[in-house]
Design a protein around this ligand. Structure first.
Ligand SMILES: N[C@@H]1[C@@H](O)[C@H](O)[C@@H](COP(=O)(O)O)O[C@@H]1O
Length: 255
């Protein structure tokens, strides 16, 4: 796994946006995997700047979301579809019809998650997936203890994740949904390239496990060690528990 330790969120956003630009230069019909949370926001800002400058276009792209809450009001600002529309999709030239996500409000959730997994495959797969990481090492909403090869599925959120996300629901834990629909780790691993962002000290343990820990359902993100093209973009605080940090810096200096 490539490790890039960068000074701040702006530098991280620009580095990932540059990778995405390369992917779209090679094939303008690429598919981008988008994530929610605060981690990808600087990447979205950098992408919007590139599109506005005429250096990147998503007009032939499909966007695939990672996950969604179950049963959240369609107009709730924290509904992940609304977050993705606000933070990136509505500010670039992607066709809103080409912004896809698992439907957490479907009558038949089991059918909906399978259809979503199939849709990703039928559309050619995800070329580059942007990822954040939870403080407990989850990616998308794949919580600890789950299958490392799962497909898109209905999941139960842990108390820790609900507490972490309560800040988006007036700090009120009782307002945070209890269930989610999420791409599985197997689905995420099918993406041709993974770029994960983590900043801040509360991600340091999850980052250390992700890069240097044993592959384990306890830290779901560790499955990324098995991906042939995975990179993580982190700040000094998130890097602070890495044992081989000097080595990563050396490699980075030579790249
Ligand atoms: N489902 C999302 C994840 O995709 C995201 O990675 C995580 C971290 O969010 P943040 O980047 O705000 O720390 O939050 C949620 O749980």
């Amino acid at each position: 796994m490539e490790v890039f330790i960068l000074p701040d969120e702006k530098a991280i956003g620009e580095a990932i946006a540059a990778r995405i630009q390369k992917v779209f230069e090679a094939n303008p019909k690429s598919n981008l995997g988008v994530a929610t949370g605060s981690s990808p926001l600087s990447t979205y800002k950098a992408l919007i700047d590139l599109v506005n400058a005429g250096k990147l276009s998503f007009k032939d792209a499909h966007f695939f979301m990672l996950d969604e809450y179950v049963g959240i009001d369609e107009n709730h600002p924290e509904r992940y579809r609304n977050v993705i529309m606000t933070e990136i999709a509505s500010q670039v030239d992607v066709d809103p019809e080409n912004v896809h996500g698992p439907n957490g409000n479907a009558d038949d959730l089991e059918k909906a998650v399978q259809e979503y997994d199939n849709l990703i495959k039928e559309t050619g797969g995800v070329d580059l997936q942007i990822l954040g990481i939870g403080s407990d090492g989850h990616i998308a909403f794949n919580e600890p203890g789950g299958s490392l090869v799962s497909r898109t599925h209905v999941g139960v959120l842990t108390k820790q994740t609900r507490e972490d996300n309560a800040r988006f629901f007036d700090g009120d834990l009782s307002k945070v949904p209890t269930h989610c629909v999420t791409q599985g780790l197997g689905t995420i691993m099918d993406a041709r390239e993974l770029c994960l962002v983590a900043t801040g000290e509360n991600k340091a343990e999850a980052v250390a496990q992700l890069v240097e820990g044993g592959i384990s359902a306890l830290w779901p993100a560790t499955i990324m060690q098995m991906h042939p093209k995975a990179a993580i973009f982190i700040d000094e605080a998130a890097a602070s528990k890495l044992k081989l940090i000097d080595y990563y810096r050396e490699i980075q200096a030579q790249s």
